[in-house]
Design a protein around this ligand. Structure first.
Ligand code: DX5
Ligand code: ZN
Length: 218
């Protein structure tokens, strides 16, 4: 069964306690997008927001770091309550060291790939990581259009994971809706991130359910 990790980038930031409590009831994880205005053109939020959500969360916090120099901040995010820390391939010079820095802090480590970054670059590291995050939009903003040629990339990622006997999950992030959820799962996705799709819905539980069991149009 696919996991759903709603991105609170699209939540009501003035009511994060209520938003977190609503997600506790229907989501598997809570996705938190940290943006530094340098790695990506936008600034979102940082450590205090992760700690604030943690106070009310009963499900794991899935922290996506879209920041330069992630090695300087991962310990802080784990202390703030992250259960999964995902760093970008493009932001890490010493990715192997960074992955083990995160894992030695006692949490899961994901590696994210921008749309232009090939899966083959993970050949030597995929056995060490707990998750690969395939970006299906260019990171920086919610509500963008899904990049259609991502399905092949997900399939290639799954093949690499199997070839290397890795246990890594595949997470997909950007433009996820009930229209592409099924195809994403068939391609090999284990975790669907969805921001605007979930938070635009009146009923978050129904939106999450529609990603897990989309109605197939004939
Ligand atoms: C984009 C973020 C995503 C974003 C997804 O940089 O990493 O997690 O919140 O938003 P939607 O689901 O609206 O594309
Ligand atoms: Zn994200």
């Amino acid at each position: 069964m696919v996991l759903v990790s709603p991105s609170i980038l699209a939540a009501d930031h003035a009511n994060l306690e209520a938003e977190t409590k609503r997600l506790n009831k229907c989501a598997d994880w809570i996705h938190i997008d940290v943006m530094d205005g340098t790695f990506v053109p936008n600034i979102s939020f940082g450590l205090p927001i992760v700690a604030a959500v943690k106070k009310h969360a009963q499900i794991p916090l899935d922290v996506h770091l879209m920041i330069q120099n992630p090695q300087n901040y991962v310990e802080g995010f784990v202390k703030a309550g992250a259960n999964v820390v995902t760093v970008h391939y493009e932001a890490a010079t010493h990715l192997h060291r960074l992955v083990w820095q995160v894992k030695n802090l006692g949490v899961k480590c994901g590696v994210a790939l921008n749309p232009h970054t090939p899966v083959s670059l993970l050949e030597e590291i995929v056995g060490d990581v707990d998750m690969v995050l395939i970006m299906t939009v260019n990171p920086g903003y919610g509500g963008q259009k899904f990049i259609e040629n991502s399905y092949d990339k997900i399939r290639r990622c799954k093949e690499l994971i199997l070839k290397k006997n890795s246990k890594a999950l595949i997470e997909v992030d950007g433009g996820v809706t009930d229209k592409n959820a099924r195809e994403l799962v068939v391609a090999g996705t284990d975790v669907l991130v969805a921001g605007s799709y979930v938070f635009a819905a009146a009923d978050y539980a129904k939106a999450v359910e529609s990603l897990k069991n989309p109605v197939v149009e004939i």
